[in-house]
Write a protein that binds this ligand. Structure first.
Ligand code: GLC
Ligand code: CA
Length: 693
């Protein structure tokens, strides 16, 4: 099977918020087409388009009412074809976001399905009769009060003259409330694990599967190269609709995600669609563990190429370097043999990554670059989300009237009803809600950020406090000095571009194996990527040193002169960090002593490996100068200068510093070859360094 996806960088376009081309305040395909050269310049390979089929937009296109029609706000089928042609002619591929777990309640299938119990489409959705009672030991609780995690069966809604009984089971909806809606016309409930306008399809019905496969083929014929399969871990549900046990996890979703039925359907779809058409697939599969993930992506199982898993975006402390390294190592160890991973830090459902992982106030530029470095030098295919390449922070709208997302608004209302302090509810809501990342892409400093024309009202406002952050300012290399105090923004876009180019150029960054270094360090993320080169594969002793029991098979043989080792060091905090490399790691220096290509190579100009993320094209702006003043080290001192490869090389022969003995050993480290002493490095806040050797 072709594995081009392992060499790709994917860019997610939330079309509605990308670029409006026809003055209605809604992003559209015309807008995406206008920006294809921008995307090509950035260097991305695959454009993931959030759902674009016709939809009443209860959930911004994730509620489809016609799978074979383009949402009129986005354009026509001709516009879609033009977009595909434009992308393909620039060497970029199209990834369609396919929503197959549910449709809109306005889809003709559902309208038929709900029209009578005997309708041929009845069984296309999940219908269940009211249950007769919750049984002994269950409280009778009203439909409206049965919140998430309520283990009993709630009473149905009170409707005059209708017996709604009790809900068919205790399942919760992701979007709040219970997963069942009563339909008075036929006296039954339908299942909706998202909003009640998103009824779940019944995948147990072979007709539904046939139709979905047909739709997928239809889009492939139309030029789609890849699918992101929305909420695909929910398609298989146990057919007898059992109650969830008193929920182990807050919402009790355990019964309808990652089920054996889901795997069976995916294998069928793989056989019928993915394999014969050689499309790339990535599934959205919340709640997977490194072990259960293998069931989806193990190449022997023929299901999906990659999945999205979410443990790292739900970390209690996103700045805990060792926790993040721990997760990355765990997933690597679980997936590396025979599978592949997807890397991401944000998407349209998550807050902006610079706000959740970085520092969107004082060190926005620095932290945005550090996150980018991790994303683009990690093992697995990187997925970017629009706007992260300019370090867009959360919108943090203070006014509830500016929010649009049903999920967010429902959460907010539930928070208020729960009796919590309204200010607290708002504070939590402001950082967590999904509209944070759905505001318009910011192209320029003009009104509406160049997303739509100045006299047009965008469907969701541009956060005014962030107007200075935009592609134009980035391209002009302007270092912002914003009233809000965020500094050092410029250079993020070129940093992304250069990192993507670097990844493209060196297979060690794409295909290389991964080994964490100092995995217990709470503040610095450090790892090696290495190509398992022929020398290694032929030398069993060396293979053993690398932690492999048998000679390793290289996935991608290095070319002559190719770099075979990369060392990435990232200060994952906003304070200065002293970091020691152990003698054992320094013994890798034989790979590190060549100066990095980037220094010699004009094609990577602007990307300074030595200067970490402090490289700003052109003369340093006011932000750069005042940086030190804003982020003194723990002792209050301000450190100047940059430590580069030259300093690093000097350090190899330099005097001894302290080091943390065996804690420092890379897991696959080789024995000490020389007696090079450890050397302390001083890493500035969010500084990141990539050494290639
Ligand atoms: C996925 C999408 C999300 C959507 C949900 C229901 O989680 O990413 O945006 O609301 O599925 O389709
Ligand atoms: Ca438009």
């Amino acid at each position: 099977m072709s594995d081009w996806f392992k060499d790709s960088v994917v860019y997610q376009i939330y079309t509605r918020s990308f670029k409006d081309s026809n003055r209605d305040g809604i992003g559209d395909f015309g807008g995406v087409i206008e920006k294809l050269d921008y995307l090509k310049d950035l260097g991305v390979d695959v454009l993931w388009l959030s759902p674009f089929c016709d939809s009443p937009n209860d959930d911004n296109g994730y509620d489809i009412s016609d799978y074979l029609t383009i949402m009129p706000e986005f354009g026509t089928m001709d516009d879609f074809d033009a977009l595909v042609r434009g992308a393909h002619s620039r060497g970029m591929k199209i990834m369609m976001d396919l929503v197959m777990n549910h449709t809109s309640d306005e889809h003709p299938w559902f309208l038929e399905s709900r029209s009578s119990r005997n309708n041929p489409k009845r069984d296309w959705y999940i219908w269940a009769q009211p249950s007769q009672g919750p049984g002994e030991g269950f409280e009778e609780i009203d439909f409206d009060q049965a919140g998430r995690g309520y283990a009993g069966r709630a009473r149905g809604p009170r409707l005059s003259g209708v017996d709604t009984g009790f809900l068919p089971n205790n399942w919760d909806s992701y979007f709040g409330g219970k997963a069942w809606e009563f339909d008075p016309q036929t006296g039954e409930y339908y299942c909706h694990i998202f909003s009640k306008k998103q009824p779940d399809l019944n995948w147990a019905n072979p007709e539904v599967r046939e139709e979905m496969f047909r739709i997928a083929h239809w889009w492939i014929d139309r030029g789609v190269d890849a699918f992101r399969l929305d909420a695909v871990h929910h398609i298989g549900k146990p057919e007898d609709w059992p109650d969830a046990p008193v929920p182990k996890e807050p919402w009790g979703f355990c019964l309808y995600k990652n089920t054996p039925e889901t795997h069976a359907y995916l294998q069928e779809m793989n056989r019928r669609v993915f394999q014969p058409r050689a499309v790339l697939t990535v599934g959205e599969t919340g709640g997977t563990t490194p072990e259960s993930a293998r069931l989806y992506v193990d190449s022997d199982r023929n299901e999906l190429d990659m999945i999205f898993h979410f443990a790292h975006v739900h970390m209690e402390n996103p700045n805990d370097a060792s926790a993040l390294t721990g997760l990355m190592s765990q997933w690597y160890a679980a997936l590396k043999p025979g599978a592949w991973d997807a890397q991401f830090f944000s998407n349209h459902d998550l807050p902006r990554q610079v706000s959740s992982f970085g520092d969107d106030r004082w060190l926005r530029g620095k932290s945005a670059k550090a996150i980018a470095a991790l994303l683009l030098t990690s093992w697995g295919t990187p997925f970017m989300y629009q706007g992260e390449e300019i370090g867009l922070p959360n919108a943090y709208f203070p006014d509830i009237g500016d929010y649009r997302d049903i999920h967010a608004l429902r959460g907010y209302r539930e928070g208020l009803v729960s009796g919590e302090d309204p200010e607290l509810v708002m504070a939590v809501f402001q950082t967590r809600n999904r509209d944070n990342s759905r505001t318009p892409m910011q192209w320029s400093g003009e009104a509406n950020a160049g997303f739509c024309e100045a006299d047009v009202q965008p469907w969701i406002p541009v956060p005014q406090q962030n107007r200075h952050i935009n592609v134009g300012a980035e391209l002009a290399g302007r270092v912002e000095y914003a009233p809000g105090g965020s500094i050092g923004g410029a250079g993020i876009l070129s940093w992304y571009r250069d990192l993507i180019a670097l990844r493209k150029r060196y297979s060690v960054l794409r295909r290389g194996a991964y080994a964490p270094v100092n995995p217990n360090h709470s503040r610095v993320i450090c790892y090696l990527r290495y190509l398992e080169d022929p020398a290694f594969t032929e030398d069993p002793a060396r293979s053993k040193e690398l932690g492999h029991s048998s000679p390793v098979q290289s996935e991608d043989q290095p070319r002559a002169g190719e770099k075979t080792l990369a060392l990435v060091i990232i200060n994952w905090t906003g304070t200065q960090a002293d970091y020691h490399l152990s003698p054992r790691l320094l013994s890798q220096a034989e790979y590190l002593d060549t100066p990095p290509e980037a220094v010699k190579d004009g094609s990577l100009s602007g990307f300074s490996l030595e200067a970490g993320n402090y490289a700003v094209p052109g003369t340093p702006g006011p932000g750069e100068e005042s940086l030190g003043g804003l982020c003194p080290d723990e002792s209050g001192a301000i450190q100047g200068g940059t430590t580069g490869v030259a300093d690093f090389a000097a350090a190899l022969g330099g005097d001894s510093g302290e080091f943390d003995s065996d804690d420092d050993l890379p897991e696959t480290g080789r024995p000490v070859l020389g007696s090079a002493p450890a050397k302390k490095m001083r890493l500035r806040p969010w500084e990141c360094r990539v050494y290639l050797g």
